[in-house]
Design a protein around this ligand. Structure first.
Ligand SMILES: [Zn+2]
Length: 319
């Protein structure tokens, strides 16, 4: 029998395949193993591919090139790495621009994820993980062109400007989409960057610049919509800055409180306009401050019609 390298390989491959299959079958409690591609493992081992395949400083080299191209389209240049979806971003975000204070966290996540990628040159990859490196989840790269571009251009705004969601960052994002994907601008705003979001989450610096951009790129009706949303947000903020309205009643259940309605309001820990539901007459139940109260008595004369502005009352908190 003529033994050649080929027949040796075939023999080894056959034995290896049954050995891998036997191992997988013997571990039914490990769910990951049921999806093991036996033929792929055998082929890599027998061809020596695991040793000879060149390692690269990337998870998905082709996707990294695509992402770089999207940056280049707007004249941008930054380190951008497409990472497995298992690397979480904040909330539902599919991309993040690293800062010096979260760089190490993401380097750790990348190190863990790289253990499942035989071809990743981890040390070289980690050299790319720096402050202002953009990380993009791979699922973004299978979304549409608009989502990819808009998201990556937004992140590049963080590279150029602030790490926060500032007017400068949104201004950059919107300007780039208006310039390079004008026809898709309305879709971007409808699906990915609602006006409500811009109005609510934008922070200084650059809010005025962003508003000017919106004025230029939105149709008048849409801009009006934005302006109204922004007005509401700004005025809500002003309300929040005022002394907060105390709604917690400081009188205990069954405790008595005595005085004019104004005294009672103050003693109960309430501020703002006095609003009492019900009739302030002896024996009746009234409600205010989210509690119910029994009018035990009122002065000066219980028989007369009480005058809540001047009379004094004794109220017991019931609930
Ligand atoms: Zn952002």
């Amino acid at each position: 029998m003529d033994i050649t390298e080929k027949t040796v390989k075939e023999d080894v491959a056959g034995k290896l395949a049954s050995s891998v299959q036997a191992f997988v079958t013997s571990q039914p409690q490990v769910p990951d193993l049921t999806t093991v591609d036996v033929a792929a493992i055998v082929s890599v081992v027998v061809s020596g591919g695991a040793q000879t395949e060149k390692k690269v400083p990337a998870f998905f080299p082709a996707d990294d090139e695509t992402a770089k191209g999207i940056l280049a389209e707007i004249g941008g240049s930054a380190e951008i790495i497409v990472v497995p979806d298992s690397i979480g971003m904040s909330g539902e975000n599919k991309a993040i621009t690293l800062k010096s204070d979260d760089r190490d966290t993401y380097a750790g996540l990348i190190t863990t994820a790289a253990q499942k990628f035989a071809n990743v040159d981890l040390n070289a990859l980690l050299e790319r993980v720096k402050a202002k490196t953009i990380l993009v989840q791979q699922r973004l790269m299978s979304g549409g062109d608009l989502e990819m571009c808009g998201t990556i251009w937004h992140e590049y705004g963080h590279v150029l400007h602030e790490p926060k969601e500032t007017g400068n960052v949104f201004n950059h994002e919107l300007t780039m989409i208006a310039k390079h994907r004008k026809g898709d601008l309305a879709t971007w705003i409808a699906n990915f960057r609602p006006l409500r979001y811009l109005a609510r989450y934008v922070s200084e610096p650059g809010i005025d610049e962003m508003i000017n951009t919106l004025k230029t790129i939105l149709v008048p009706d849409e801009f009006e919509k934005f302006a109204k949303l922004r007005f509401d947000v700004v005025n809500k903020t002003k309300v929040d800055e005022k002394e907060p309205v105390v709604t917690t009643v400081t009188i205990e259940v069954q405790q008595l409180v005595e005085g004019t309605t104004e005294d009672i309001w103050r003693k109960a820990g309430l501020v703002g306009e006095i609003v009492i539901d019900g009739e302030m007459t002896t024996g009746k139940t009234v409600s205010f401050g989210g509690c119910t109260w029994k009018v035990e008595s009122h002065y000066p004369d219980e028989a007369d019609e009480p005058d809540p502005a001047f009379d004094t009352f004794r109220l017991r908190r019931l609930t």
